[in-house]
Write a protein that binds this ligand. Structure first.
Ligand SMILES: NC(=O)c1ccc[n+]([C@@H]2O[C@H](COP(=O)([O-])OP(=O)(O)OC[C@H]3O[C@@H](n4cnc5c(N)ncnc54)[C@H](OP(=O)(O)O)[C@@H]3O)[C@@H](O)[C@H]2O)c1
Length: 263
């Protein structure tokens, strides 16, 4: 198994990418600690994992709050004796699709400060433990907005480019301690049916006067593969990136856009 007995914390563990990744991590032998904002989604994710016989604990932890996240990570490390993987799969609704003239400063900054804050908080908490043990992997999730141009993307673009820069710089800082940092950049996931993105993409489609189905099809047509990535594909890649098979991979922004962007 790829992640045999590795100890993983997933923030946003009840979310679409968080829970899909938890399933793959569990199948690959990881000991899971899912943290999130609301108990029902965490419980649903955990019960799906227990069907596999996977080891899973859940905790309500606000991933914006340094003291709460530190305390949770410390408790996990104390109980398990180590922390091998920390994934931030936190997501929340924000404005996309509006021109700058129609975007308030507050709406613009909401994803920028929010995503950069939560990833700082969770990476800081995990890195203390990982530096001390001399190993570990921090996983972050960006979006294609980091590299796209067009109306309605400024907040998403700034947060995604910022998160990619953060991940790259952190990899340089933590590398000498044996800690890897990998950022993945998936394209929009049509099968993430519980994600906040569904409402957000629906509003973008509405604003463009098109149906959500047509909007998805239009987006898929911009990829080299003629289709969007799927949740399981992102989860499988994250499991590989977290594993020792990717031991020489750090400071990378992994392009999971099905070829919408080329490197
Ligand atoms: N879905 C996509 O198409 C897509 C594509 C590319 C990148 N991404 C990125 O992937 C990440 C996850 O997205 P997703 O689609 O999996 O979203 P999701 O299904 O809506 O899940 C997000 C999770 O984050 C949790 N959360 C929000 N604020 C939190 C906080 N302060 N503390 C702890 N947990 C919090 C949510 O909890 P509640 O359920 O309690 O709200 C939810 O469980 C985001 O960074 C997003 O930008 C998504």
């Amino acid at each position: 198994m790829l992640l045999d007995r590795k100890v993983a914390v997933i923030h946003g563990g009840g979310g679409s990418i968080g829970s899909a990744t938890a399933r793959v991590f569990a199948r690959e032998g990881a000991r899971l600690h899912l943290a999130g904002r609301s108990l029902p989604r965490l419980e649903a994710a955990a019960s799906a994992l227990r069907e596999f016989g996977g080891s899973v604990e859940i905790a309500v932890v606000d991933a914006m709050d340094q003291a709460e996240v530190d305390a949770h990570v410390d408790a996990v490390a104390e109980r398990e004796g180590r922390l091998d993987i920390a994934l931030n799969a936190v997501g929340f609704d924000h404005v996309q699709g509006l021109a700058i003239a129609d975007t308030s400063l507050e709406a613009y900054l909401h994803p920028v400060t929010g995503y950069l804050q939560t990833n700082f908080v969770t990476a800081k908490a995990a890195s203390r433990v990982m530096i001390a043990q001399g190993s570990g992997v921090i996983l972050t999730i960006s979006t294609p907005g980091a590299r796209l141009a067009g109306t309605g993307l400024i907040g998403n673009a700034a947060q995604s480019a910022g998160l990619e820069g953060f991940s790259r710089a952190l990899a340089g800082e933590l590398g000498p301690a044996g800690v890897r940092v990998v950022c993945v950049r998936p394209h929009a996931l049509r099968d993430a049916s519980e994600s906040y993105t569904l409402g957000m993409f629906g509003r973008i489609a509405d604003a463009g006067g098109t149906s959500l189905d047509d909007w998805w099809n239009g987006l898929a047509a911009t990829t080299l593969l003629g289709r969007l990535p799927q949740l399981d594909e992102v989860a499988e890649y994250l499991a590989f990136a977290a594993s020792d098979r990717a031991a020489s991979m750090t400071g990378v922004i992994s392009n999971l856009t099905a070829g919408a962007l080329v490197d």
